[in-house]
Design a protein. Sequence first.
Lengths: 124, 124
Amino acid sequence: MSRPLAHPAAAAVTLAGLLFALADPVRLAIVRELLRSPAGLNCTEARARLGLAMPKSTCSQHYRILRESGLIASERRGTELVSHVRAQVLTERFPGLLESVFGAYERECQPAGRRRASRAAAVG
Amino acid sequence: MSRPLAHPAAAAVTLAGLLFALADPVRLAIVRELLRSPAGLNCTEARARLGLAMPKSTCSQHYRILRESGLIASERRGTELVSHVRAQVLTERFPGLLESVFGAYERECQPAGRRRASRAAAVG
DNA sequence: TATAAAGTTCACAAAGATTGAACTACGGAA
DNA sequence: TTCCGTAGTTCAATCTTTGTGAACTTTATA
């Protein structure tokens, strides 16, 4: 990881790639933490915040997938690799998508009592 | 497949599950076709429309994943299994998400010339 | 230089995807 | 009813992807 990390150009970011990157609960949680941390977060810190007993090699792989999908950008600061969400690029490419997905995530994270009860499980 | 197919209740539909189901290019395309077909589509028809040389067992698996994620509902009509997007349930659970994702998909499917050119590949 | 911290890469085991073949379900014709 | 064709599912084998510990690289500091 000596040279600058490869980040896909905006035009190379695909919807399926983004959805794939976000389709993992751990990565979804990481990105939420990143969105809450404008200054960026490194691997170790993200792991600590999420309280996940995850080996650092696994975390590294998750970060790589997020990076290659175009979701995050990473830069070295000292020994750390600090990452942040590429909000500008994503907004340009797919306006509103990120807000929508993480709006849904916040909604899901709310305890059930804070939402309107929806008892009927109508199919359709 | 004699008994009614299992469809998750609205409350059991998770964001990560939906994203996972949509994270595959084939499934993304299938769901778009379904969204365009209010009367529903069966496996064979969807395969034909997408022009994919995909074995029917593979298509069946994709439909199963879509069904188990809560994205689609399927019902038997004669020998066919007709499926449609569970728009009402999804809107109730995650308002705006489906529109946002498939808005992004349509945007991506447009030829590049119809979008504003974005030459600079700024990271971030 | 030596030591430590932060990540990456490698290699292997475990889990998941793809697909042809065999099977089930249904409808229609004889 | 029985037989046949169509639509999908399930099974099993193969292939691919993911998770992980160990070893390695990079940077900083004593």
